[in-house]
Write a protein that binds this ligand. Structure first.
Ligand code: GAR
Length: 194
C-alpha cells in the first residue's frame, strides 16, 4: 500500500527528485503530494514544480520554530500526508513536533550512523581518515541523527578520495537506499505496521 509523502528539503533536492521518479515510474506505489522547503532559493523547489508537485516555502529564518512547526503541521494535515521524508532538510525538528509524527518521519544521512552525525558528514569522514563511510536511513526522533536505524549502506573510501568525490559516491548509494527503505515500509504499511 502506498503513502502520501511530503518531502522536506533545503537545497539541491536530488534525493527528492529520485523519490518522485520512483513514484512516477511505479517502482513505488506511493505518491509525492507535497514538497516543503525552509529555503526560498532551494533548487529542489524548481525541480518539484517541473513535476507539477505542490510546493510550499516556510522561511526558517523569519519564523520562530514554534510558528514554523505549527504551520508545517497544518500544511501536512491539510494534504493528508502520512509519511514525511527529510531529504537534505537542514533544520532540526523539535521534540514536540516529532512526537506528533511517531515513526512517520524518515531522514537520510550521509554516514554510517552513529558515526559522523550532524553537518558535513563526508568531510568528517575524510578528516578522520576513515576507511569507509556510507549512508543511513532512520526514523526521526528528538535526538539529532539519533532515531531508530532502518537501513545502511557502506561505501569504501580510497586514498584518492576527497570530500567531493566521497559525497558523490555516497549520494549514488543514498538514492538506492532511500527507495529500498520506502519499498520495505510500503509492504509493512499494507500489513498495518511500520
Ligand atoms: C544528502 O547527501 C543528504 O544525505 C544530506 O544532504 C544531502 C542533500 O542532497 N543530508 C544531511 O546531511 C542531513 N544531515 P540532495 O538535496 O541532493 O538530496
Amino acid at each position: 500500500m502506498g503513502f502520501k509523502i511530503a518531502i522536506l528539503i533545503s537545497g539541491r533536492g536530488s534525493n527528492m527528485n529520485n523519490i518522485i521518479e520512483a513514484c512516477n515510474n511505479k517502482k513505488l506505489c506511493s505518491s509525492v503530494n507535497l514538497v516543503v522547503s525552509n529555503k526560498s532559493d532551494a533548487h529542489g523547489l524548481k525541480v518539484a514544480s517541473k513535476y507539477k508537485i505542490k510546493t510550499h516555502i516556510l522561511d526558517g529564518k523569519n519564523l520562530a520554530t514554534e510558528n514554523f512547526e505549527s504551520l508545517l503541521d497544518k500544511i501536512l494535515k491539510k494534504n493528508n500526508i502520512n509519511l514525511i521524508c527529510l531529504a537534505g532538510f537542514m533544520k532540526i525538528l523539535s521534540k514536540k513536533f516529532v512526537k506528533k509524527w511517531p515513526k512517520m518521519i524518515l531522514n537520510i544521512h550521509p554516514s554510517i550512523l552513529p558515526y559522523f552525525k550532524g553537518l558535513n558528514a563526508q568531510k568528517q569522514a575524510i578528516e578522520n581518515n576513515a576507511k569507509y563511510s556510507g549512508c543511513t536511513v532512520h526514523f526521526v526522533n528528538e535526538v539529532m541523527d539519533g532515531g531508530e536505524i532502518i537501513d545502511q549502506k557502506i561505501v569504501n573510501i580510497s586514498t584518492h578520495d576527497d570530500e567531493d568525490s566521497l559525497s558523490k559516491k555516497i549520494l549514488m548509494e543514498e538514492h538506492k537506499l532511500y527507495i529500498k527503505v520506502l519499498k520495505r515500509l510500503e509492504k509493512n504499511f499494507g500489513k498495518g505496521k511500520q
